[in-house]
Design a protein around this ligand. Structure first.
Ligand code: ADP
Ligand code: MG
Length: 389
């Protein structure tokens, strides 16, 4: 079987069959390194570039670890957004395809409690949640964390920032002493180390550096441009017809919606994703985008972390992100699972000063582009960026 390299990691036949079904053949570096450790019950910090299969890295040990006879919540995954929680459930469900006894509940805000309570009544062994809704469910007595043996914090650095850290800490403290605590992310910070020091036992830190071989293949570009020319530039990029699936990132909910509306008015098939849209619509937009039903997703950073859409060919930063690591997460929506992608970052002169700071942080060098007097996009050596007839 092509998945033999996973067999060497002690993965069970059921999960091997599922991997085969998913078209996954050989483990990525982060999977090779963390699967055996996590199966051995270790507390782990796993840091690896975007799109390198961190979900499977924690998903496989989670499935191998479950006691199917015990009808109670044994494992928990925390994620920062509803979309990411939904996606993790989908990926775990695929991995568990040949273990029909496994039940997974998804708990996140914006969806009626009743639907999620009925999932809990089916006695899932796994819960995937955003922190607020989970605490709400615990406080109302719908779920107990007293029998957790494994807790995974995905996008750990984000989860330990101000907005989340209180809730996450409370959840960790509800779990039994001695539970396994595992944290994954593409970027890390001091909060992750502090949390590790406080709550992990003999943690193992695995960092997979972005080497030439495994770094996401993203051709990065910058475009110095006045603010009032950004829309025109965006249309130029979209009109190139080079990219069938594009994500456009904007900093605020208001501007995201406005840009999306403008694109639609100009005849583009675009949809918006941000926190002011009601959850049922958010879910539909995300699923439709994943299924390729429309080509352009205009989003806030709600879609920047963890979201895995096959074949996103280009990421366009309409604004520069406010936080350095978000640049990596945003462009990391393309070039996933060993595929190629391209990114464009539009910046005003003011933003370009901030961009220098981001570039020092990420240590890579995008190719600068500019429009010439005829409005043709060119590289510094004056070659045209898009070859036109
Ligand atoms: P990360 O969390 O590291 O950003 P994901 O877990 O979202 O990445 O995985 C990115 C994509 O790669 C997913 O579509 C996943 O199914 C796929 N994938 C995971 N493991 C492998 C593998 N070993 N080989 C090929 N593709 C994989
Ligand atoms: Mg991920």
């Amino acid at each position: 079987m092509p998945v033999d390299k996973f067999r060497a990691l002690d993965v069970s036949d059921e999960v091997l069959k599922a991997l085969d079904h998913m078209g996954i053949e050989s483990p990525t570096d982060i999977q090779k390194e963390t699967i055996p450790l996590m199966m051995a019950g270790k507390d782990i910090i796993g840091i690896a570039p975007t799109g390198t299969g961190k979900t499977v890295a924690f998903g496989i040990p989670m499935l191998e670890y479950i006691s199917l006879k015990e009808a109670r919540v044994q494992e928990l995954v925390l994620a920062p957004t509803r979309e990411l929680a939904q996606q993790i459930v989908q990926e775990l469900t695929e991995l568990a395809r040949f273990i029909p006894q496994i039940k997974i509940a998804a708990l996140y805000g914006g969806q009626p409690m009743a639907r999620q309570i009925s999932q809990l009544k089916r006695k899932p062994q796994i819960v995937v949640a955003t922190p607020g809704r989970l605490l709400d469910m615990v406080n109302r007595g719908h779920v107990s964390l007293n029998h957790l043996h494994t807790m995974v914090i995905d996008e750990a650095d984000e989860m330990l920032k101000m907005g989340f850290v209180k809730d996450v800490t409370r959840i960790i403290e509800m779990a039994p002493v001695g539970r396994q605590l595992v944290m994954f992310s593409a970027t890390t910070n001091r909060d992750v180390m502090t949390m590790s020091w406080r709550y992990q036992q003999d943690p193992v830190e695995i960092t997979v550096e972005a080497t030439r071989e495994n770094r996401p293949q993203i051709a990065q570009h910058t475009l110095l441009i006045p603010r009032d020319k950004k829309m025109e530039a965006l249309q130029y990029l979209l009109d190139s017809d080079e990219y069938d699936r594009v994500m456009v990132f904007v900093n605020t909910k208001f501007m995201t919606q406005r840009l999306c509306d403008r694109l639609i008015k100009e005849g583009y098939e675009a949809q918006a994703l941000h926190g002011d849209i009601r959850q049922s619509q958010r879910t539909k937009v995300m699923n439709d985008f994943k299924r390729g039903k429309f080509p352009i997703l205009v989003a806030t950073d709600v879609a920047a972390r963890g979201i895995d859409v096959d074949d996103v060919e280009a990421v366009i930063n309409y604004d520069l992100p406010n936080e350095n690591e978000y640049y990596l997460h945003r462009i990391g929506r393309t070039g996933r699972a060993r595929k190629h992608g391209v990114s464009f970052t539009m910046m005003t002169f003011q933003e370009s000063v901030r961009m220098d700071e981001i570039l020092r942080y990420i240590q890579s060098k995008p190719t600068p582009l500019h429009f010439d007097a005829q409005g043709i996009l060119r590289r510094e050596d004056d070659t045209a960026f898009f070859e036109r007839i």
